[in-house]
Design a protein around this ligand. Structure first.
Ligand code: ARG
Length: 442
């Protein structure tokens, strides 16, 4: 459906820019189709925002994206239990599930699941109910918790075949023992286990609040665990529920590929969250480790050459690396950002190449790479073409600059004026490594 996709991209452009929307759509479409996203929908969202939820999910479906939807039914079950006069007990956040509670829970969960499937179908989405067969479980502690299940194994066959058939899987939080004893699985536990085995690119929690809130009740837009986690855990306004959530999300992200992320948003804001840089909700990423090597590992050469060539849009000479005296290489874990440092004059480091892919720029990886770079090489010099759009960023990070013949040389952390000048002069005559005639925009 290429025309529909085009129209939809135009529409998305109204939220941010269509270029942005296109970038995210490409990103989301690149991963294996069943690994785009797990969307966990709380019971309150099903109750209060079913229409927006179905609209947002239908929109993704139309774009050819197939999230795996997992839902709870907590508030609905509370209501049913209250109606029947059955007391609900919780132990450590888990609902004690007696036979009596299970007898009420099952129909409630079936009904909520069907409600979402029907709402999706009304929006033209082929959807399939997956109530059983996904979570194989065992009893956690029968005497204390009753029929609460612990996930032993996740069977992805149903989810995968649903997606392969072009349909949206709607998974309920029920598990069974191998012989068919049905168990109640806590929705957060189910989400975690599903995410662990599916390893999706995005994990999305749809809540009524639409994000994590700061001390003033405003949504925190982004959290990078490597930088923010300890600080947040030390704040007194971070209440126990949020603490637990952050802890769980951290554990989850540690097991996922480095470019996976968690978004907490609302059903209404899902599209905006997914297809704009600024989003609408809370984006949580692990933050990448940046590795330092004091040699250029030859097995990395093809990968790095590709990263450099694609980022600069030109080709390197075959001997580009041979003629370089490498001092160090900094490389982000995901391979989406790198800085190559060479021996410069009088032992000062010369920054030869600094690249960050556009999507990683949106995540702030350039700043992180720079920090790691200057921590390692406090004295540094480099150069760029005057027309390089990155220059204003470089100007902010340099102590001295020298402009000549279409180039700008930058230095940083070099105290001696003589050495500063020498370094700048040296920068201007360095070999670029690019095939001649292709260096215009460097
Ligand atoms: N659209 C991107 C994503 O979903 C970025 C979202 C940014 N969201 C935020 N709350 N800061 O991965």
């Amino acid at each position: 459906m290429p025309d529909v996709r085009e129209i939809v991209i135009e529409l998305l452009g109204q939220l941010g820019s269509s270029r942005e929307a296109r970038q995210y759509l490409n990103q989301f479409s690149r991963v294996e189709e069943s690994r785009f996203a797990v969307v966990k929908v709380g019971g309150a969202v099903l109750r209060d925002s079913l229409e927006s939820l179905a609209t947002s999910l239908a929109f993704l479906h139309r774009l050819g994206l197939h999230p795996i939807v997992l839902h709870g039914a907590g508030p609905q079950l509370d209501e049913a239990l209250a109606r029947e006069g059955v007391e609900t007990l919780k132990e450590g956040g888990l609902r004690v599930t007696t036979e009596e509670v299970m007898a009420l829970a099952r129909p409630v969960i079936y009904r909520e699941n069907l409600k979402l499937v029907e709402a999706l179908e009304e929006h033209g989405v082929k959807a399939r109910s997956l109530i059983h067969g996904v979570f194989q479980s065992s009893l956690t502690d029968r005497s204390r918790l009753g029929l609460v299940g612990e996930v032993e194994r996740v069977d992805l066959a149903g989810v995968e075949s649903t997606v392969a058939a072009g349909a949206m899987p709607v998974v309920a939080c029920l598990g069974e023992s191998p012989s068919g004893q049905v168990m109640n699985i806590n929705a957060d536990v189910a989400a975690r286990e599903l995410v662990r085995s599916l390893r999706p690119y995005k994990v999305i929690f749809l809540t009524s609040t639409g994000g994590l809130l700061d001390a003033n009740g405003r949504i925190i837009s982004a959290i990078t665990l490597a930088e923010d986690y300890d600080r947040l855990m030390g704040e007194d306004w971070v209440h126990s529920g949020m603490r637990l959530k952050l802890q769980q999300i951290r554990e989850l992200l540690e097991e996922l590929p480095p470019d996976s992320s968690v978004s907490i948003t609302s059903a209404e804001n899902l599209t905006r969250e997914l297809f704009t840089h600024t989003g609408a909700g809370t984006l949580i990423r692990r933050g990448e480790r940046i590795q330092h090597m004091d040699q250029f590992p030859s097995e990395l050469e093809p990968k790095l050459a590709t990263l450099f060539q694609e980022s600069f849009g030109r080709r390197l000479r075959p001997d580009w690396l041979e003629v370089r005296e490498v001092k160090g290489l900094l490389l982000a874990e995901s391979g989406r950002a790198a800085a190559l440092v060479l021996e410069g004059i009088r032992g000062v480091a010369y920054l030869d190449k600094f690249v960050v892919t556009p999507e990683a720029q949106g995540e702030g990886l350039a700043g992180a790479l720079w920090q790691a770079l200057v921590a390692r090489y406090p004295q540094l010099y480099w150069r760029a073409r005057v027309a390089n759009p990155v220059n204003s960023w470089y100007f902010r990070r340099a102590d001295s600059t020298l402009k000549r013949d279409g180039w700008v040389a930058f230095t940083r952390g070099i105290r001696e004026p003589d050495l500063e000048r020498e370094a700048a002069e040296d920068a201007l005559v360095r070999d670029s490594g690019w095939i001649p005639g292709e260096e215009e925009g460097e």
